[in-house]
Design a protein around this ligand. Structure first.
Ligand code: ADP
Ligand code: MG
Length: 627
């Protein structure tokens, strides 16, 4: 682990040096560039790259497939232009207004993403790009209609006219700042939120992340660079026309981000570069631009499915990682270290869960979960028909029942993924029926999923960290600036994640490899780690042993017992009868949406349960045994 971190740190510093070298290189362009025409086109190019950085934040990191950024540039450029040309405002007043209207436009365009996903979302945001020109035409007295907006005053600062070269340097500074702030942001706990939103939406909610809030933050932060780009455009060309913000520009951002590698720090810069070169070469209004964009998109998706940057990074990182690993032969954890970590987690758990154990907690209730009359219809199909179920605090309970008897539906109903039609659910003494998932989670529920939901590019430890970020303060400014408090939070987060990592018994070798290369059994354990790292009082698991081999299954069962011993209440749905008999202390039989019997496993079992358990292993699922 130390080795990989060292390499990662070295890569990060290398990256910073490359950034500084690039900035100095670009900063010297005005010295060599011929004439102000070329310079103004370079400034336009910078404005586009600045925008692409914001597009990458939304599209790459957060997986929100928005295409509307040209409109943000347009709205901000028009605002700046109108305020300057028509009202004669100075930059000091124009800039904040233009940024504000641009960001507002961005919020408006992207807000359908709170409800709509996938291609519909892309189309809706693309629609905004189609709508901007006609709206600009209608507002002719302000925008100049098809003639465009002219008469924008030259930029003056402190009473001095800002020369073109200085505007170029300012734009370069804005670019560097956008890049740096974004990079800080995605390396803070917000990076966990964003990637979880993109790759594991349900898991994110299940650990308490408020997706609506996360999306709104992304929409605003993703709009800010584009809004700056609009102001830069208005002052550098001193002309604003509706055809500057059309579909071509939209395609350029899309192609640039996809080509460079969505969700990578250098992607938007690397991806935009060839497109901008092309545009310089053939001229900004040449039809070859569109052809170039099309070919770029094709080449990007065919040759570099993850983008150019990941391809380069892969090649570099693999080579570097191979050498030290081969030499040291891995880095196994010492048993004492694991035991210490587990003990740390145990202490944290008791402290955070308010005592835990089978004794009644702060609410004076011996039951962690009380479900009464929980009903759920799917059309005419009654999946839950009034479930009555109380679960003792600190118990390890197995929920069994034939396929389609409503087990998953029940877990979804109590964790909030489904809203019960009727009935009440109390978790730890709090009424939770009807609350959104992230709030129910904060009431003390953790859960795993039938198909593990992980951020595939994250390592096991980072995936476990996802379980902690919801409880952290938002601290957006501190995250953007990577202030000491943010770094301190990251350190504390890592420490707790490592304790949970060892508690759930993940092998040390799994710590630094991306989740995508973990076997299914370990993915399941990582999910358990993510669910328990925030010390929930009630843990729900849906068929955690499916697809595991005997050894993995035994390890999982022992882990559940260990969590129970810490005081966690565990409810597990599982088909594997021996697993349930070996590890649970109580079984609940769910049939046709109702609890038909409950039994302690150390007492004689009721007839109904015996017949279900006995028949179960020999019955093929199709016959179900639905009494
Ligand atoms: P189990 O997990 O016990 O196998 P489920 O809870 O998945 O069963 O399903 C219970 C019943 O509800 C089944 O008849 C299933 O077809 C139905 N069901 C579950 N989810 C949905 C859904 N999203 N839409 C419609 N029907 C559903
Ligand atoms: Mg199920």
């Amino acid at each position: 682990m130390a080795q990989h971190s060292a390499i990662a740190a070295r890569t990060a510093t290398t990256s910073t040096w490359i950034a500084i070298a690039l900035i100095l290189l670009f900063a010297s362009i005005p010295l060599v560039s011929g004439g102000s025409f070329a310079l103004s086109r370079y400034i336009v190019a910078l404005a586009y790259v600045i925008t692409a950085i914001g597009v990458n934040l939304a599209m790459g990191y957060a997986g929100e497939f928005v295409l509307g950024h040209p409109v943000i540039i347009g709205v901000s450029a028009y605002t700046a232009g109108i305020l300057s040309a028509r009202l004669g405002w100075s930059i000091g007043a124009t800039l904040p207004c233009a940024i504000a209207t641009g960001v507002l436009a961005g919020l408006l365009i992207m807000s359908p993403g709170l409800r709509v996903r996938g291609w519909y979302y892309s189309l809706i945001t693309m629609f905004a790009v189609l709508v901007l020109p006609p709206v600009a035409m209608m507002a002719k007295p302000w925008t100049g209609g098809e003639d465009g907006l002219t008469g924008i005053k030259a930029l003056t600062l402190f009473g001095e006219r800002v020369p073109d070269w200085a505007l170029f340097e300012i734009s370069l500074l804005v670019l560097a700042a956008s890049w740096w702030l974004t990079d800080n942001f995605v390396r803070s706990g917000w990076g966990h939120r964003l990637r979880a939103l993109r790759d594991a939406r349900h898991a994110a909610e299940s650990v308490g992340i408020d997706l609506t809030h996360t999306r709104l933050v992304v929409y605003v932060l993703s709009s800010v660079p584009a809004a700056f780009a609009g102001v830069i455009l208005a002052y550098s060309t001193r002309f604003v026309g509706a055809d500057m913000f059309g579909i071509n520009l939209m395609l350029m951002f899309l192609t640039g981000v996809v080509l460079g590698g969505p969700g990578t720090r250098w992607g938007p810069v690397i991806g935009m570069a060839p497109l901008l070169f092309l545009s310089f070469w053939v001229g900004p209004f040449s039809p070859y631009n569109a052809i170039g964009l099309g070919v770029g998109l094709l080449v990007g998706t065919l040759l570099f499915p993850d983008g150019v940057m990941p391809a380069i990074a892969d090649a570099l990182l693999k080579r570097r990682l191979r050498q030290p690993n081969a030499a040291s032969g891995g880095n196994p954890a010492r048993p004492s270290e694991i035991a210490a970590s587990a003990a740390v987690f145990g202490e944290q758990y008791t402290a955070r869960s308010g005592g835990g154990g089978a004794t009644p907690g702060g609410h004076g209730d011996a039951h962690i979960l009380r479900a009464s009359g929980v009903t759920k219809h799917f059309g005419g199909n009654m999946a839950l028909a009034g479930v009555e179920f109380n679960m003792r605090r600190g118990a390890l309970v197995g929920l069994v029942g034939p396929n389609g008897s409503g087990k998953s539906t029940f877990l979804n109903a109590i964790s909030g993924f489904l809203r019960p039609d009727a009935g009440s659910v109390q978790i730890d003494g709090r009424n939770t029926a009807g609350l959104p998932v992230h709030l129910i989670s904060r009431a003390g529920i953790g859960r795993t999923f039938q198909v593990p939901q992980l951020v595939e590019e994250f390592t096991a430890i980072e995936n476990i960290e996802v379980g902690l970020v919801a409880a952290e303060p938002h601290a957006i400014v501190s995250s953007l600036l990577q202030l000491p408090s943010t770094r301190e939070r990251a350190r504390a987060r890592r420490e707790r994640a490592v304790a949970a990592f060892h508690l759930v018994g993940l092998p040390d070798s799994a710590m630094d490899i991306p989740a995508s290369s973990l076997p299914l059994g370990l993915k399941r354990i990582v999910e358990v780690g993510r669910a328990v790292v925030s010390a929930p009082r009630l843990l729900l698991l849906d068929e955690p042993a499916a697809g595991l081999n005997d050894a993995e299954r035994r390890q999982l069962g022992q882990l559940l017992q260990k969590l129970r011993d810490l005081g966690m209440s565990v409810l597990v749905v599982e088909h594997n009868v021996p697993f349930m008999m070996d590890f649970c202390e109580e079984l609940v039989l769910l049939e046709a949406g109702q609890v038909s019997c409950t039994a302690m496993l150390d007492e004689p079992l009721p007839e109904r349960l015996v017949s279900y358990l006995n028949y179960k292993p020999t019955t093929v699922p199709a016959s179900g045994g639905n009494a």
